[in-house]
Design a protein around this ligand. Sequence first.
Ligand SMILES: NC(=O)c1ccc[n+]([C@@H]2O[C@H](COP(=O)([O-])OP(=O)(O)OC[C@H]3O[C@@H](n4cnc5c(N)ncnc54)[C@H](OP(=O)(O)O)[C@@H]3O)[C@@H](O)[C@H]2O)c1
Length: 341
Amino acid sequence: MTQRQQIVITRAGGPDVLKIKEDRLAAPEANEVQVTVAAAGINFADILARQGLYQDAPPLPCTVGYEVAGTVTQLGAAVPGEWLGRRVFGLTRFGGYASHVNVPLAQIFEMPESMDFQQAAAIPVNYLTAWQLLCVMGNLKASETLLIQNAGGGVGLALIDIGKQLGARLLGTASAGKHAFLHERGLDQAIDYTRGDWLAEVMHLTDGRGVELVTDPLGGDSWRKSLRALRHTGRLGMFGVSEASANGVAGKLKLLKTALKMPFIHPVSLMNENRGTFGVNMGHLWHEVDKIREWMDALLAGWQDGWVRPHVDRAFSFSEAGEAHAWIEARRNIGKVLLVP
Ligand SMILES: NC(=O)c1ccc[n+]([C@@H]2O[C@H](COP(=O)([O-])OP(=O)(O)OC[C@H]3O[C@@H](n4cnc5c(N)ncnc54)[C@H](OP(=O)(O)O)[C@@H]3O)[C@@H](O)[C@H]2O)c1
């Protein structure tokens, strides 16, 4: 048994419901390793879980967290001895907001020597999601234009890295204060979605034709509009409902509004308009770890080549977990926000 600290969502509510609790972690199961966590990633789904709006979250009270980086300090009986002491990162099916966590070896990756723990913790969810959106399902080509909704977030920056590597033209929406940084990272045109009509601007920038691929994590009305931004042969990848985010009753109402505003997509219209739609949910791929490992191999090659560039916006201590959530909810982050035990 290992004494550990965890950040617990004690009940649905604002950032103040996050509390540090001490407990004892059992030894890892046969095919698991125990990781002493150096950095844990925060994802937007964790915010929705805390707000009581994330259907996949464990029942409350619970500890969320989909990814960690750290050192292997205990091995399950079936794990080869050479794993002990390795610097690793990987996907946790919740429980990542902790000083120690047991993780199936299949979800663990060895860190390259040149990578630090914070960079490693910023990779799994953001880059695997972006890879699935662009390379697996979106099939983005160098001759095509991609519109990245929410380009300044963790997934947004990963989409820029991969989209740029593929050679596509990159448009992205983000609040205006993030534009200069996004241009530096390789976004060709940044659009301030808070002013004016972003769809009109996309049409203007593409001579009225629209784009070949939109990645949209906002949900509801945004998905409707993103569909209209597609050029013929275009695809829309839907992968989140950030629009629903709010605390208390407002959150429940926004979730309902987001659901009601989702587009009805008719197969015959898709056929006649030569358009496609698809969904991505990394949290529903635990039975397809082989695919995920293949995608991570490609991303680690991208790290070695220098085009996978995880950007850590801020790292907060465990006692500042509430501030970390509030930082993201106030839209102040550019890229990844981490927790450090
Ligand atoms: N399906 C999957 O497998 C999967 C995996 C990872 C992430 N996601 C989804 O992708 C989205 C981005 O995730 P992330 O972890 O990278 O987070 P993130 O983008 O870093 O989230 C924060 C940013 O979202 C934007 N935002 C848009 N609507 C918002 C709202 N109502 N409240 C607060 N911020 C809002 C803000 O940027 P601006 O300043 O530009 O407004 C903010 O800075 C989320 O919807 C998440 O659930 C899905």
